[in-house]
Design a protein around this ligand. Structure first.
Ligand code: G16
Length: 540
């Protein structure tokens, strides 16, 4: 690699000196105008990361997911489709903040030295982007970094985030016993559909499913998936809604999973009829929220906690029927945003252990790997279920003692293929929910009755300096600014069954406040009071 080539290419992609860039919850994310130089530098890091891992392909995804259309973002995916190793987030932050082009090149080679990376060895990067128009320019910055470092580069163009994760793992496992699937977008659809048919095992999905695609990449990709679906085999009738990707400004606007979760209401358009089954994806199709208008009591939401409890109860039942419950450890991973009622239901009713981690699927994914079957979902609908190699082998090799056992083992095995093993995937999760409802013969009302949520409120608070807010105890408490947590605690004490916490968002320039309490009005009141405290401590 040539230092001068890196410097010359870098000069075409400046960063805003003076601004501090940070690898956040899901990579670098901000107004797209600030990202050109950042994306170039992420390309440099991906080139090193690939060489560090013996030339395996590294994924780079350009997306700002649920954020408004003017934002964009860039994040790195490790060879098996999981998020970038956390030590390397620190390197990414350092590389991106190098003040001059020369210092950037210096740090690049220092990092290569300290990590014992042979810069002359081959490297490979694959990339994808969502439908944001700014993504086109950012891909150029990425391509320039890869050219300057002689890194092989494949641009898969427009993809959902989970598709890029799938492809990264598929490329790196191709031709091995652990092959994850065909290395193409079509391979992803085929894998999902084949597993969906298998998992249903002849059961039929009832009624139509309306899918709000947030006017993002999930719309065209879901339509593509449906070309591989024969509804006469499954009964599933999908109606794709809010799939306008030609007007960038409508992305995530008054629709999508984040809108539904934070506003606790259905998108204003299109109009829902009582009784219809709906779900919403987010802007890059990695989050999923279900909902319906109950003809008797109105809007009801099935968020990530509900999806986790549905999946955990189904899988625990199957593993009992299959005679694997003594052998396989099942656990559920949540964050502080999980509704207290869902945690209680999992621990007391399902009798499964719950682990709480900080926000960000990278943390949940890691914790889920400690179980044979790790069910992880954030309340915002981002999550998946991981099956260990032992679990997958057990589904395939255990001799069934009865037709019911065979059914359970085959269903578990199909779920292992249907559920994206690399990251939360709204489309794959949606098919999983449909499979579970079909197996259980459940309506949405049956699903809703499993437990009752504690009323809760999530508020976004803009502050002068969100970096002042530091957390501890898996984000359930603030260590800084000093005094802030005490004031929050004083308010919490005044309400029944109440809980509240505040933290800085890692994807938006704001803090988030969560509150739950025994009644709707108490939860709202507590959230608003804590928001005032956060504003006061948040600097000018
Ligand atoms: C990303 C992460 C999620 C996280 C969300 C919000 O989601 O992948 O794990 O829950 O950001 O994070 P924060 O509260 O730090 O802003 P997405 O769907 O935006 O990529």
């Amino acid at each position: 690699m040539d230092r001068d080539a890196i410097i010359a290419a870098s000069k075409k992609h400046d960063i805003n000196v003076g601004k501090l860039y940070k690898y956040g919850t899901a990579g670098f994310r901000m107004n797209a105008d600030l990202l050109d130089g950042v994306t170039f530098r992420v390309g440099l890091l991906a080139a090193l990361r690939s060489r560090k891992l013996n030339g395996q392909a590294i994924g780079v995804m350009i997306t700002a997911s649920h954020n408004p259309a003017v934002d964009n973002g860039v994040k790195i995916v490790d060879p098996l489709g999981d998020m970038l190793e956390q030590d390397w987030e620190v390197f990414a932050t350092k590389l991106v903040n190098a003040p001059t082009h020369e210092e950037l090149a210096d740090y690049f080679f220092q990092l290569a030295d300290s990590q014992k990376i042979d810069v002359k060895s081959p490297g490979k990067v694959i990339a994808g982007r969502d439908t944001r128009p700014s993504g086109i320019k950012l891909v150029t910055a990425l391509a320039d970094a890869l050219a300057a470092t002689n890194t092989t580069y494949v641009d898969y163009k427009i993809l959902t985030t989970p598709q890029l994760h799938y492809l990264t793992r598929a490329v790196n496992t191709e031709g091995t016993p652990k092959s994850y699937g065909e290395v193409s977008e079509a391979g992803y659809y085929k894998k999902l559909m084949e597993a969906f048919y298998r998992a249903l095992r002849g059961r039929r999905v009832s009624g139509s499913l309306f899918v709000d695609c947030a006017n993002g990449v999930g719309g065209p990709k879901l339509s593509e998936l449906l070309k591989h679906h024969d509804s006469s085999k499954t009964g599933l009738q999908v109606k794709v809604c809010n799939d306008d990707v030609l007007r960038p400004e409508v992305l995530n606007l008054d629709c999508g999973a984040d809108f539904v979760k934070t506003r606790q209401r259905a998108p204003p358009s299109p109009k829902q009829s009582p009784g219809d089954r709906w779900c919403s994806l987010d802007g890059d199709a990695d989050r999923l929220i279900y909902y319906w208008i109950d003809p008797e009591s109105g809007f009801f939401m099935f968020d990530g906690d509900r999806i986790a409890t549905l999946a955990a109860s189904f899988i625990a039942d199957l593993s009992r029927v299959a005679g694997l419950d003594e052998q396989l450890r099942i656990g559920v991973i949540q964050t502080a945003y999980a509704n207290g009622a869902s945690t209680k239901y999992i621990e007391q009713h399902l009798q499964l252990p719950v682990v709480c981690t900080p926000t960000g699927v990278k943390h949940l994914h890691h914790a889920a790997c400690a179980f044979d079957i790790g069910v992880y979902f954030e309340a915002n609908g981002h999550g998946t279920i991981l099956f260990s190699q032992d679990a997958i082998a057990a589904f395939k090799t255990k001799e069934p003692q009865s037709p019911a056992q065979k059914d359970a083992l085959d269903t578990l095995s199909a779920l292992g293929d249907l559920i994206n093993q690399t990251v939360g995937d709204a489309i794959s999760d949606m098919l999983m929910v449909e499979v579970i409802l079909a197996h259980k013969g459940w309506s949405l009302r049956d699903w809703a009755m499993t437990y009752q949520d504690l009323p809760n409120r999530l508020v976004r608070v803009e502050v002068g300096n969100k970096d002042l807010f530091q957390t501890t105890d898996s984000e359930r408490k603030l260590s800084h600014p000093v005094g802030c947590q005490d004031e929050i605690d004083q308010y919490v004490k005044k309400y029944t069954n109440a809980r509240s916490f505040a933290r800085a968002s890692g994807t938006e320039n704001a803090c988030r406040v969560y509150a739950e309490a025994a009644t709707r009005s108490e939860a709202d009141e507590l959230a608003n009071k804590v928001a005032v405290v956060v504003k006061k401590y948040g600097g000018v």
